[in-house]
Design a protein around this ligand. Structure first.
Ligand SMILES: Cc1ncc(C[n+]2csc(CCOP(=O)(O)OP(=O)(O)O)c2C)c(N)n1
Ligand SMILES: [Mg+2]
Length: 284
């Protein structure tokens, strides 16, 4: 369990990630704000507490691996890496510009700290399964973490990967499903209703935990439960809000890909600064 002070620090880290994400999306003029925002708390816990990483040595052999299977949500992963010091924050506003190290979809050959390229939905989870299996075969003790989208779960490949991971008892693998209820062009339940996604993973042989995806403490506890579980991979279903923490995206409802004007950038940054101030005033 996290202490009150650790929870506060992770919530401040989440605000910093949101601010840095705005910087990338504003620099590009637009971007996948919805899905980038909904996974911020998960990124904060993974990169702030859970994973074995070293920003000075991004390819450290014993590092834990992270696969952003919903590769279009690069902006908040870049933001996380920049805040952690994998590369200078000044790179963020160059996202999607010619010659940038930050293409909107993640590319392992371009960005320090990106382990796996993704963008074609459904493929990243298979790569994560391969990474976890590789650790078992080689007797290495790194763990593999992967975030998939709920819309992405429409892809059959996700379920092939899920079936294979359970059959190989990959207890060194954690898949976090960003259940934000939206995909590119509508509500997930209208495009292809997933039903009870947690029950589906359980039926595929996974240890499954469902949590509030904006509660850093609950996410951390779920990751601890995953570590304790032997013989099964773990799926953490993150109940999230698409666009969370970007006021105009949240108000828009459907908010997969939006513009960010100078005014919106200033306003959203100020809101995060105010939240950071309020958090700092809280008692430890
Ligand atoms: C194979 C494939 N088909 C279609 C797309 C286009 N596409 C990009 S994002 C997206 C929706 C993804 O929704 P979801 O997985 O729920 O992501 P999030 O809500 O977190 O943005 C689609 C269909 C793609 N990238 N890959
Ligand atoms: Mg979604």
């Amino acid at each position: 369990m996290l202490t009150k002070k650790e929870i506060k620090e992770l919530n401040i880290f989440a605000c910093e990630i949101r601010k840095a994400t705005f910087s990338a999306i504003h620099g590009a003029g637009r971007g996948h704000i919805g899905g980038a925002m909904s996974m911020v708390e998960a990124l904060a816990v993974l990169y702030g507490k859970e994973m074995k990483i070293d920003p000075k040595e991004p390819r450290m052999p014993e590092r834990d691996r992270f696969v952003l299977s919903k590769g279009h949500c690069g902006p908040s992963l870049y933001a996380t890496l920049a805040v952690k010091g994998f590369f200078p924050r000044e790179a963020l506003p160059t996202m999607n510009h010619g010659g940038t190290i930050l293409p909107s979809h993640v590319d392992r050959l371009k960005t320090p700290g990106i382990d796996f390229s993704a963008g074609s939905l459904g493929t990243g989870i298979s790569v994560a399964v391969g990474s976890a299996l590789g650790a078992k075969v080689k007797g290495l003790d790194y763990r593999t973490y992967c975030i998939v989208g709920d819309g992405e779960c429409d892809e059959g490949q996700v379920w092939e990967a899920a079936m294979f991971a359970a059959s190989k008892k990959l207890d060194n693998l954690v898949v976090l499903v960003d259940y934000n209820k939206q995909q590119l062009d509508g509500w997930t339940k209208d495009v292809c209703d997933l039903g009870d996604i947690g029950a589906k993973f359980s039926q595929f042989g996974w240890n499954t935990v469902e949590v509030d995806g904006h509660n850093v403490s609950a996410i951390y506890d779920a990751l601890e439960a995953a570590r304790a579980c032997k013989g099964q991979p773990t799926a953490i279903i993150l109940d999230t809000v698409k666009g969370k923490g970007c006021s105009y995206a949240e108000k828009a409802g459907l908010c997969h890909h939006l513009d960010m004007t100078d005014e919106q950038f200033a306003q959203e940054t100020a809101l995060q600064d105010a939240r950071i101030d309020a958090l700092r005033k809280e008692e430890d």
